[in-house]
Design a protein around this ligand. Structure first.
Ligand code: RAM
Length: 505
């Protein structure tokens, strides 16, 4: 732990903006196979600030995804309230979350992530604020018990939405055809920007390095915040363990706490985040302060690289790469490391640390040479490991600078034509495919993927971009139950940055 960094993080005051929002409409939840994962929302009537008679279950649609606190007024008619009213609330980012049934819980994460509330109201009329912060667009209300003759009236239903980004939406892309993607990307970022960059405001609300790196990039082209990024980077640097390892994730509350997960790829991306911050802010002093922490991650990594430039496989969950258990990890890890070494080399050079800059470049070349010598299948024209070809591995070798642009373009074409190439399963890795197309100047392909992937998510009902999305497998979940997935996830909000950087230059 480094208390100086933690203190600095603590001194950065993050102000949350607030906005009061009423529902757009009163709806019913419809189960039908035509809807994505079998659940849809049908408007009954616009909300218009009216009183709503609760007659059986009801659902409010707030028109878009928000993160905040729900409150309402409740009164009874036709009969006095002679017994408590018992109500159940269920919140959903996407309609199919309403498919969750207690007892049917095949996932391996805690089901306390499902956002529900059962409350008792003793005296009517009452003003009620539910106790927790929720991430949602829809809320379903069920009357579980009450005096049978008394009818309930809901009034002034509202959410106090919160975000560090604020609620003044301004489109940043120029072209109309990207406007929907702009809106959804910005909303995703907005709702993940709280007192730290959360990975998902529904789940898991931690700050993860792989995620913040991408969120911060989008922030630089939209909100242009500096303080939240600085606070988060200080937190990571402050929470290194005794060996100087940057945690892959951390908790901000009750007091900043190391998440006790250490992943080589995420730890090296700390340098990428520092470099991006530098490019945006020009703040050398801050980078100087955090450079040693960032570079130490590489020094640790060098120890698992062989003389031939091969990354040695490790026990346990030692790098993330993607939520794909069948993908071998060492080659992907080597590629990501080589990619990150570019940032280490440049950051070191910028700060006048020539020895480290040279060392970083030496290792980058070693890794690139090792991969080309031992893992390039010249028949297939792609990198492969243990007979497995993946986009994941290949794109990072392109980004690492292991191949020339022409070779890179050929690799991308070979992957497109290959029936065996494993596709990523998260927008996190799709981001890096897009980035590869971008650096190779393959604008058409990039635009196609933008619409085939993020555009497709919007067609499936995304109002904010999702944590995981696998075309053709709507139930896909890294956690074995898609209701546990986060539907507003930091690492998915990058299209807006990609469009601005590569498609609208
Ligand atoms: C999950 C989250 C997070 C990601 C890690 C690896 O818990 O989705 O965003 O960074 O996995």
């Amino acid at each position: 732990m480094n208390n100086i960094f933690l203190e600095k993080a603590g001194n950065i005051d993050i102000k949350l903006h607030e906005k009061i929002v009423n529902p757009k409409s009163v709806c019913s939840i419809v189960e039908h196979e035509d809807y994505y994962n079998g659940y849809g929302i049908k408007e009954i009537e616009p909300y218009c600030g009216r009183n709503v008679l609760l007659n059986g279950d009801i659902c409010f649609d707030f028109g878009e995804h928000y993160v905040g606190y729900l409150s309402f007024k409740l009164s009874g008619i036709d009969e006095v309230c002679d017994s408590p009213v018992k109500l159940k609330f269920a919140f959903a980012e996407v309609p199919f979350e309403f498919s969750h049934k207690d007892g049917n819980e095949p996932g391996w994460l805690s089901y306390s992530w499902i956002q529900e509330e059962t409350i008792f109201v003793d005296i009517l009329p009452a003003e009620v604020t539910l106790p927790r912060r929720y991430a949602f667009r829809y809320v379903k209300v069920e009357i579980l018990a009450k005096n049978k003759r008394m009818r309930l009236i809901f009034e002034d239903v509202k959410v106090k939405a919160v975000s560090a980004a604020g609620f003044d939406y301004k489109r940043v892309v120029k072209e109309d055809r990207f406007s929907k993607i702009d809106e959804v990307s910005q909303r995703t970022l907005r709702d993940c920007m709280q007192t730290v960059y959360e990975d998902g405001p529904k789940r898991d609300r931690r700050l993860w390095l792989g995620d913040i790196r991408l969120q911060a990039l989008v922030n630089y082209s939209t909100v242009k915040d500096i303080n939240l990024v600085k606070k988060c980077l200080y937190l990571f640097a402050g929470l290194c363990d005794e060996e100087g390892r940057v945690p892959a994730c951390l908790y901000e509350k009750p007091d900043p706490m190391n998440g006790e997960i250490f992943l080589y790829d995420y730890s090296l991306l700390f340098m990428a985040a520092l470099w991006d911050y530098y490019k945006f802010s020009g703040d050398k002093e801050f980078c100087e302060e955090l450079f040693d922490v960032a570079y130490h991650q590489f020094e640790r990594f060098y120890q698992i690289v062989s003389k031939e430039g091969i990354v040695l496989d490790q026990e346990g969950w030692w790098c993330f790469i993607d939520w794909d258990d069948e993908l071998p990890k060492p080659l992907a890890m080597a590629a990501i490391a080589a990619y990150c070494l570019n940032f280490a080399r440049d950051m070191a050079a910028e700060l006048g640390k020539d020895a480290q800059s040279k060392e970083a470049e030496k290792y980058r070349l070693l890794l690139c040479d090792g991969a080309k010598k031992y893992y390039f299948n010249s028949e297939k024209g792609v990198f492969e490991e243990n007979g497995i070809v993946s986009w994941n591995v290949n794109i990072f070798w392109i980004l690492a600078g292991a191949v020339t642009h022409d070779e890179g373009r050929r690799i991308m074409k070979n992957l497109e034509e290959s029936a065996e190439a494993r596709l990523p399963v998260t927008p996190y890795v799709y981001h890096y495919i897009m980035e590869s197309y971008g650096v190779l100047g393959m604008k058409e392909e990039m635009e196609k993927l933008l619409s085939d992937y993020w555009g497709e998510m919007i067609s499936c009902g995304a109002d904010t971009f999702w944590e995981a999305f696998k075309k053709g497998d709507s139930k896909f979940s890294p956690y074995d139950d898609c209701v546990l997935n986060s539907a507003c996830h930091a690492w998915s909000c990058t299209p807006i940055y990609l469009i601005k950087k590569y498609l609208e230059e």
